[in-house]
Ligand binder design. Structure first.
Ligand SMILES: Nc1ncnc2c1ncn2[C@@H]1O[C@H](COP(=O)(O)OP(=O)(O)OP(=O)(O)O)[C@@H](O)[C@H]1O
Ligand SMILES: [Mg+2]
Length: 251
């Protein structure tokens, strides 16, 4: 579990302001989603939190450390929008990728990806190559690759965006199942209101660029969450609240 704290964090590329001063406290173990218009700065924020980009101003820490330090200690795992599997590695070897790189930093409790691959329904595909998998299966390998690291912070950039609606709904259930009780902090970016509400403890709604938090919504749906949570009146209400904030209203 990782606590993320930012104070007056800003990011600009030259003259282009991408993130307005952002002060955010994400408690350890929280599942937080960010939703906002295309180009508003979501990926940029995620890259700063993951230690892949320095902020332009202000402070940011992950468990009191600079994000780049946390990342080099394998305390941050990332699931990108495209699975990014290596075509010459089998499913099993792709799932091990982050464990194999920079072995000295691999935490002793890093999970054996074999059990995780079974858990996500890929038990029969351990020795298959990425081109033999569907898009949803490839994304599940990318998810296992990140989870196997046992990093206390998991950042995910629209990981299910390229999937069809049915597969995507299945992935929501799977992700809830995988992270509930694991005590991991998740920073999740999405364009889907239903996905944000179904998965999160908290949803941040961003303005168009430069990113500014226009709503910070607590999702008080009980856990564990089953797929039929999406039929509940409270779920529908929360989705309406997020939609309203996205479209410029107050919430
Ligand atoms: N490396 C970079 N150099 C210069 N400008 C950048 C760079 N990365 C992002 N930007 C700019 O920052 C702004 C925000 O980009 P970002 O990728 O964070 O948006 P986003 O909210 O993730 O959008 P989307 O929902 O389309 O993925 C864009 O205007 C983009 O052009
Ligand atoms: Mg993006």
């Amino acid at each position: 579990m990782s606590r993320i704290v930012t104070r007056d964090l800003t990011k600009a590329y030259g003259d282009l302001a991408v993130i307005e001063p952002l002060s955010l406290d994400v408690p350890a173990g929280q599942f937080i989603s960010v939703i906002g218009p295309s180009g508003c700065g979501k990926t940029t924020l995620m890259r700063v939190l993951a230690g892949l980009e320095p902020p332009s101003g202000g402070d940011v820490t992950v468990d009191g450390q600079a994000p780049a330090t946390a990342r080099s200690r394998k305390r941050v795992a990332m699931v990108p929008q495209q699975p990014g599997l290596l075509p010459w590695r089998t499913v099993r070897a792709n799932a091990r990728l982050l464990l194999d790189v920079n072995r000295a930093s691999t935490p002793p409790d890093a999970a054996d990806p074999t059990a995780l691959l079974q858990e996500v329904g890929l038990g029969d595909f351990m020795d298959a190559y990425p081109h033999e998998l569907s898009g949803g299966m490839q994304q599940r390998v990318a998810l296992v690759r990140a989870l196997a690291l046992h990093a206390p912070l998991l950042v995910m950039d629209e990981p299910f965006a390229a999937l069809d609606e049915i597969t995507r709904a299945g992935m929501r259930g799977l992700l809830n199942h995988l992270v509930e009780g694991r005590g991991v902090t998740v920073f999740f970016i999405t364009h889907s209101i239903a996905e944000a509400v179904a998965l999160s403890d908290r949803v941040l709604v961003s303005s168009p660029r430069p990113a500014r938090v226009v709503a910070d919504i607590t999702v008080d749906l009980p856990r564990p969450r089953a797929a039929d949570v999406e039929d509940e009146p409270r779920f529908v209400e929360l989705c309406a609240q997020v939609r309203h904030a996205l479209h410029g209203g107050m919430s």
